[in-house]
Design a protein around this ligand. Structure first.
Ligand SMILES: *[C@@H]1O[C@H](CO)[C@@H](O)[C@H](O)[C@H]1NC(C)=O
Ligand SMILES: *[C@@H]1O[C@H](CO)[C@@H](O)[C@H](O)[C@H]1NC(C)=O
Length: 518
C-alpha cells in the first residue's frame, strides 16, 4: 500500500547543477550584424494566443506608434527604449484563463531613457493608454541597448590621449578591439549625474581570440549619453601584450597545425520524428508534460505553467507557474585599479536573451530539434527577429528509466523495460567572452532539472611575468599564472533563479531541511 501511495504522489525535484568554472564581455561592433528587420515572415501576421505569449511584431509596432505621440518623447529628439516586454497579466487571471476565452488585455512594460533619466512606462495595447513614472537620474540605470554599445565602442578612438597611449605601447591602431565592461558609478566627481561605463581594449593581432591579448591597465571611462571620454586610466604600460600563440580556437586554423582529433559524425535516429508538439507557437506538449515556453530579452528562456499528467487520474497537475534565470552575477577577486569593478550582472546589464545568438543546428542541438525565434526591439521600438534562439529536443543516451525482469522459474517470464528519454529546452547566451548553455530538462517521472554549462574564453589579466620563478609573492597575482604574461583572475559565477513552484496549486511553501544524525 505504501509503495502505491508513494508512486501516486508526485515526486518533483529541481536540481540546479551549475557547471561553473571561472568571466566575461564584448558585443559585435555593429548592431546591423545581428539586428535583422523582419521581412514578410509568418511573424508579421502573428497574433498572441495565450496571455503569456510574448509581444508580437505587430504589438511592438503598436507600442512604437503609441509612444511616438506621447508628450515625454515628443519633446525630446534623443531618447532610447532600453527594454520593452510583455507586462504579464496577474497570475490569478492567467490561472483562470482557458483556451478559447478572449485574451486578457495586452500590456507592454517599457524602460526608457529620456535626457539622462530613467522612466518606466506601461502601455495598454487594447486602450492605447500610457501610464508612467520617472525614476530619476541617479538610480534605475536600464539595460544597455545594442545601439548604445555600438556607439560606446567608437568613443575611445575620438580621443587623442587614447590614440597616443596605444601608439606608445607599440600596438597597431587597426588591431585594437574594445569591449564595454561595467556601467555604474565609480565615485569620481567627474561622473556628476552622468551614466558612465568603463571600456577596456585588446589586441587582435594574429588571432581571433583577442581575449588572450589584453592591453592591461588601460581603462577608458565614457559618458554613455554624451558619447565622450571622461577619463583614461593609463596604467600598466610596462606590461607587454601576451603573444597569444596557438590560442586561435577555430577548427579551420587548428587543422592547419595538424591538431584536429575528431570522432566520426554522430546522430540519434527518430524514424517517426520527435514525440513533442508545439501548439500556437509556445505551448510545448511532450509525454506527460505540458508548458508554455518563450524567449525573453532579459531572462533568456521563460518556462510558465508547467504541468504534468497524473498517471492514475489522467489529470494535469500543476508543478511550476514560472521559472527563469533572473540574474548572473560574476565578481572578480582582484582589487586593483583595472579589475576591482568587474562585478558583472549579465542579465540586468546586458540582457541574457539579447546576448543569445542563433543556435548552430546539429552542433548546438541535435537532429529533429524544434527551433523557436524571438522578437526583440531596437532602441526605437522597431521589432527585429532573432532566429533559432531556443531549441527543444528529446535526449536519449541509451540509459534505462525503469526496468524489472523475473527469474524464469516454471516458465514464468516477464521483462519490462522503459528507455530513459528526456525533453530539453536549450539556449546558449554569449555574454562577451563566456558562453552560458542553459538547459531545462524534463523527465517523465516529474523531475525538472536546470543545468548551466559554461564555455567560451577566460577573462585574463596581462602581467610582466612569464614564469612563476619571477613572481616574488603569489598573493598579488589574484589568480594563477596561466601562461606567459597571463593571469587567470579568480572569480565566481552566481546563477540566480526565479522559481514560482505551484505543486498541486498555489498554496506552497519552501522549506529547507537539514537532517542531522544524533
Ligand atoms: C485585447 O486585444 C487583443 C488583441 O490584441 C484581443 O484578442 C483581446 O480580446 C483584447 N482584450 C480586451 C479585454 O479588449
Ligand atoms: C585615432 O585613431 C583612429 C584610427 O587610426 C582614427 O580614425 C582617429 O581619427 C584617431 N583619433 C584622433 C583624435 O586622432
Amino acid at each position: 500500500m505504501e509503495g502505491r501511495k508513494l508512486r501516486r504522489s508526485l515526486v518533483l525535484s529541481i536540481s540546479i547543477s551549475l557547471f561553473l568554472l571561472l568571466t566575461w564581455l564584448h558585443l559585435p561592433s555593429s548592431p546591423e550584424n545581428f539586428i535583422k528587420k523582419p521581412g514578410p515572415t509568418h511573424h508579421e501576421s502573428d497574433v498572441p494566443h495565450h496571455p503569456l505569449d510574448p509581444l508580437t511584431v505587430h504589438e511592438f509596432n503598436k507600442v512604437r506608434a503609441i509612444l511616438a505621440t506621447h508628450p515625454l518623447f515628443e519633446s525630446s529628439s534623443t531618447y532610447s527604449l532600453n527594454a520593452i516586454a510583455l507586462e504579464e497579466p496577474d497570475k490569478e487571471l492567467v490561472l483562470k484563463w482557458k483556451r478559447g476565452d478572449p485574451l486578457l488585455p495586452r500590456k507592454a512594460s517599457v524602460t526608457a531613457m529620456v535626457k539622462g533619466k530613467s522612466h518606466i512606462l506601461l502601455v495598454d495595447l487594447n486602450t492605447s493608454e500610457v501610464s508612467y513614472n520617472e525614476l530619476g537620474s541617479t538610480s534605475g540605470y536600464p539595460i544597455l541597448t545594442i545601439e548604445e554599445t555600438a556607439r560606446i565602442l567608437e568613443v575611445p578612438f575620438k580621443n587623442v590621449e587614447f590614440n597616443s597611449t596605444i601608439a606608445q605601447r607599440g600596438i597597431n591602431m587597426g588591431d585594437v578591439k574594445c569591449v564595454p565592461l561595467s556601467s555604474g558609478w565609480y565615485n569620481m566627481p567627474i561622473e556628476n549625474k552622468r551614466r558612465v561605463i568603463k571600456v577596456q581594449c585588446f589586441s587582435m593581432k594574429d588571432s581571433v581570440n583577442f581575449y588572450m591579448k589584453p592591453i592591461e591597465g588601460l581603462t577608458v571611462l565614457i559618458d554613455i549619453d554624451r558619447e565622450e571620454v571622461l577619463h583614461i586610466f593609463d596604467n600598466g604600460r610596462g606590461i607587454p601584450v601576451a603573444k597569444g600563440i596557438d590560442t586561435d580556437y577555430r577548427y579551420s586554423v587548428q587543422k592547419l597545425r595538424g591538431e584536429l582529433h575528431l570522432f566520426n559524425p554522430i546522430s540519434m535516429e527518430q524514424p517517426k520524428g520527435p514525440s513533442f508538439i508545439v501548439e500556437d507557437g509556445h505551448l510545448v506538449k511532450w509525454a506527460n508534460w505540458e508548458f508554455h515556453l518563450k524567449a525573453d530579452a532579459r531572462a533568456g528562456i521563460i518556462i510558465s505553467q508547467a504541468k504534468v499528467r497524473d498517471p492514475d487520474t489522467s489529470e494535469m497537475r500543476s508543478v511550476m507557474y514560472k521559472g527563469f534565470t533572473s540574474e548572473l552575477f560574476v565578481p572578480y577577486m582582484d582589487p586593483t585599479d583595472a579589475w576591482y569593478f568587474k562585478t558583472y550582472m549579465d542579465a540586468g546589464e546586458y540582457g541574457f536573451g539579447l546576448q543569445a545568438m542563433p543556435l548552430d543546428p546539429l552542433n548546438d542541438c541535435p537532429r529533429n530539434a524544434y527551433y523557436m525565434d524571438a522578437v526583440f526591439a531596437a532602441a526605437d521600438a522597431t521589432p527585429y527577429l532573432r532566429p533559432n534562439i531556443i531549441c527543444v529536443f528529446e535526449t536519449y543516451a541509451g540509459d534505462i528509466a525503469w526496468r524489472h525482469a523475473e527469474t524464469p522459474f516454471n516458465n514464468f517470464k516477464v521483462t519490462e523495460v522503459r528507455p530513459k528519454v528526456n525533453l530539453v529546452v536549450r539556449m546558449a547566451a554569449s555574454v562577451g567572452n563566456y558562453d552560458y548553455i542553459v538547459d531545462w530538462e524534463f523527465q517523465t517521472d516529474g523531475l525538472i532539472r536546470s543545468k548551466v554549462g559554461l564555455s567560451g574564453m577566460l577573462m585574463v589579466k596581462g602581467t610582466i611575468y612569464d614564469h612563476m620563478n619571477q613572481v616574488p609573492s603569489e598573493e598579488y597575482l589574484y589568480g594563477p599564472l596561466l601562461s606567459e604574461n597571463l593571469i587567470g583572475v579568480i572569480h565566481d559565477h552566481y546563477i540566480i533563479y526565479y522559481l514560482d513552484l505551484d505543486i498541486d496549486g498555489t498554496d506552497n511553501s519552501f522549506t529547507k531541511v537539514n537532517i542531522k544524525k544524533h
